[in-house]
Design a protein around this ligand. Structure first.
Ligand SMILES: Nc1nc2c(c(=O)[nH]1)N[C@H]1C(S)=C(S)[C@@H](COP(=O)(O)O)O[C@H]1N2
Ligand SMILES: [Mo]
Length: 557
């Protein structure tokens, strides 16, 4: 009877080979400062996820799932290695071919990366593939010497199998080296974070027209008295000094969202697994497409233009009711209309496309760009050069529009086109082409689910809409009886904080004397046109969540 061939040495060999291929790929990618093969494959998965899937899934796919996606790529690679190993034991060519195909896929994915040259991508892929093939062949040979291969001469029963132990030692060693090399490589060869060095060296010129609530530079004013909510351009912290006038207002409530969101707390949403690191000296902004005079600007040329600073609220369409994918910042940049007029927009160019250096695109109607709102090519955020996460060196900001149709980070090109001839990144994936920010409000304090003592209480939060400004916020407190019925309270007006601009959120506060019981606290906003925020509940897809933010608290002595 022929001995049944053991499958597991092949599986072990395949798994270890895949692990070492990944590890060598990571190390070489880091040494060459190119894109990691694992991340590059993850990016391909994000970008090519079927339209149907993205349409149903939220637009934050690839952001909220980044760690899961990367672990998935690694796990799948190891699994494939383990499955192919036993086959490779019989047919070496299959093992070698599969490893090569694997490296080829990684190389193709990395070559797609705009910050990785083909030479970097293919050197990395070749090193990874070579390591995988060498490991596989070496381990398989050792497995055979150990007698795991039935084709080997029947082992002399008197001979112990030193090969088997050696095989396991080498396999375990290979796995350990692979596991260790990743964190080690990360520590040893941390790529120089040159974006922060660049940002430190950039001096942002002051805007020619300051935004409302912006402090005139100290040199021009003897005793600067910041208006409430204003920030000092020189200071890196946008948190306003509360003036006596607002101390009793919403701004003074502990736990409320700051009127201006600090950069470090500003939400981040994008499709990138690794943040683009752009050299602003090499960077260019091109104006292309349906224009009379295509143009190209360097970073310094843009800085030297007439700058504007505007404060506005940016929201992600994927923000759930009560969610935190929304923030407000002072944006400093060149007015988009000026750039467009300079280039001469053709009459039938109905769409402005904002193209990122990584290929991401947004699109919005040319009419929106020219309707008087302060759309900007932005390079300053709250008095600092844009952080890498938020689009260094330049991004678009169009007040009143959700980020996915307007706010291209790592901007490289503004292309004029027609609405019906190009679908931007998320539009192609099923989201609507036009996406104004919806009227929304959020309760920041108290937190839902809290147990609180009876007495005077402040309910506070923020409210924002598109362009029409928030003119009112109302709060309703409803008691829930033990039976679960709800005795609905009346809507009462909250006190509003100051309004920095039509397109920025407002803080609000309502006082409540809480007695014992369980209560639902609910909020709704009213804009200047008199529109009341709808109670109708809708999910983020397709055009932004609606409904009232409502929280439940228990009041207990
Ligand atoms: N290059 C690039 N720009 C992008 C995105 C992206 O995926 N890539 N996402 C957009 C989306 S969906 C939103 S909501 C905003 C978020 O900007 P923030 O990360 O600065 O908050 O950026 C927009 N700009
Ligand atoms: Mo978004």
């Amino acid at each position: 009877m022929p001995r049944v061939r053991a499958w597991w040495p092949g599986a072990v060999a395949g798994l270890v080979a895949a692990a070492l291929a990944l590890a060598v790929g990571e190390l070489v990618a880091r040494l060459l400062e190119g894109e990691s093969l694992v991340r590059a494959i993850g990016d391909v998965v994000v970008d090519s996820s079927p339209r149907a899937v993205s349409g149903v899934a939220i637009e934050t796919f690839g952001t909220s799932n980044k760690p899961a996606l990367l672990s998935g790529v690694v796990a799948l690679s190891l699994l494939l290695g383990a499955l192919l190993g036993p086959l490779a034991m019989r047919y070496r060519a299959i093992g070698v071919g599969a490893m090569a195909a694997f490296a080829l896929a990684g190389g193709l994915a990395a070559a797609r990366d705009p910050f990785t040259s083909p030479a970097q991508a293919w050197t990395t892929a070749a090193a990874a593939g070579g390591a995988g093939i060498a490991t596989l062949l070496w381990l398989l040979r050792m497995a055979n010497e150990g007698g795991a291969d039935a084709r080997a001469a029947p082992p002399d029963p008197r001979v112990k199998r030193p090969g088997r132990r050696r095989f396991l030692q080498f396999a375990g060693g290979g796995l350990a080296v692979a596991a260790l090399s990743v964190p080690l490589g990360r520590r040893l060869i941390e790529p120089a974070d040159d974006v922060d060095a660049q940002r430190a060296a950039i001096v942002l010129p002051p805007p020619s027209t300051p935004a409302p609530g912006t402090l005139t530079p100290a040199s021009e004013e003897a005793t600067p008295q910041p208006p409430p909510g204003a920030r000092t351009p020189a200071s890196q912290t946008p948190t306003p000094e509360p003036s006596p006038a607002v101390q009793s207002g919403p701004a003074s409530v502990p736990g409320i969202s700051p009127l201006v969101t600090p950069n470090s707390e500003f939400y981040r949403i994008d499709t990138r697994l690794s943040v683009p690191r752009i050299d602003s000296a090499q960077w260019r902004l091109r104006i292309t497409g349906m224009v009379e005079r295509p143009a190209e600007f360097t970073f310094d040329e843009l800085l030297a233009m007439d700058l504007r600073e505007e404060v506005s609220t940016l929201a992600c369409v994927s923000n759930e009711v009560g969610g935190d994918l929304v923030g407000t910042a002072y944006w400093l940049g060149v007015p988009l209309p000026a750039l467009l007029r300079g280039a001469g927009v053709q009459a039938d160019a109905t769409q402005v496309i904002g193209r990122a250096v990584d290929g991401f695109t947004v699109g919005f109607p040319t009419d929106v760009a020219l309707d008087g709102r302060e759309s900007l090519v932005v390079f300053g955020m709250n008095g600092e050069p844009l952080p890498a996460d938020h689009g260094f060196p330049a991004r678009l900001i169009v007040p009143g529009l959700y980020g996915y149709v307007s706010a291209t980070k790592w901007l490289g090109e503004i292309e004029l086109s027609r609405l019906d001839s190009f679908d931007a990144y998320w539009v192609y994936r099923g989201w609507p082409q036009q996406a104004p920010i919806k009227l929304q409000s959020r309760i920041d304090v108290p937190r839902g689910g809290q147990s609180l003592a009876p007495g005077n209480m402040r309910i506070a939060g923020v409210a924002w809409g598109g362009l029409s400004g928030v003119s009112g916020v109302q709060v309703r407190v409803s008691r829930r009886s033990t039976g679960g019925e709800r005795s609905e309270g009346a809507w009462t007006d909250a006190e509003l904080g100051e309004e920095l601009s039509d397109s920025s959120w407002r803080q609000w506060v309502a006082d409540w004397v809480a007695s014992e019981g369980v209560f639902d606290l609910e909020v709704r906003a009213i804009d200047r046109s008199g529109m009341v925020q709808t109670a109708e509940e809708a999910p983020p897809f397709p055009d932004g969540a609606t409904g009232h933010h409502s929280i439940r608290v228990r009041i207990r002595a």
